[in-house]
Design a protein around this ligand. Structure first.
Ligand code: SF4
Ligand code: SF4
Length: 85
């Protein structure tokens, strides 16, 4: 079990952010790829609608975005959520 499995998901700052200016909404690669329901169409544009549904540590969709429009917190930021003994 990973350390973050013991923390309420809402308390972990992890998930994608879309640079709306850079996003080419027509491509929808992230929307089609993610099986967690993180993305959806809002007024015809791809948006992050369920950020906490993103699997902690996953960032696969960012690598697939040819526009480089998807970013994630750094791993250093993620580690800040780790409880200290
Ligand atoms: S993959 Fe990138 S460019 Fe395509 S819809 Fe998602 S964020 Fe926008
Ligand atoms: S990182 Fe993984 S789980 Fe999170 S939004 Fe992208 S594809 Fe979905």
């Amino acid at each position: 079990m990973a350390w973050f499995d013991e923390i309420p998901r809402e308390e972990i700052d992890w998930g994608p952010t879309i640079d709306e200016a850079a996003c080419r909404d027509g491509c929808r690669v992230c929307l089609d790829f993610c099986r967690q329901g993180v993305y959806d169409l809002v007024d015809g544009r791809v948006r992050v609608v369920r950020r906490t549904a993103c699997m902690v540590g996953c960032s696969h969709c960012a690598g697939l975005c040819e526009a480089g429009a998807i970013t994630f917190p750094s791993l250093e930021e993620l580690r800040k959520a780790r409880p200290r003994p």
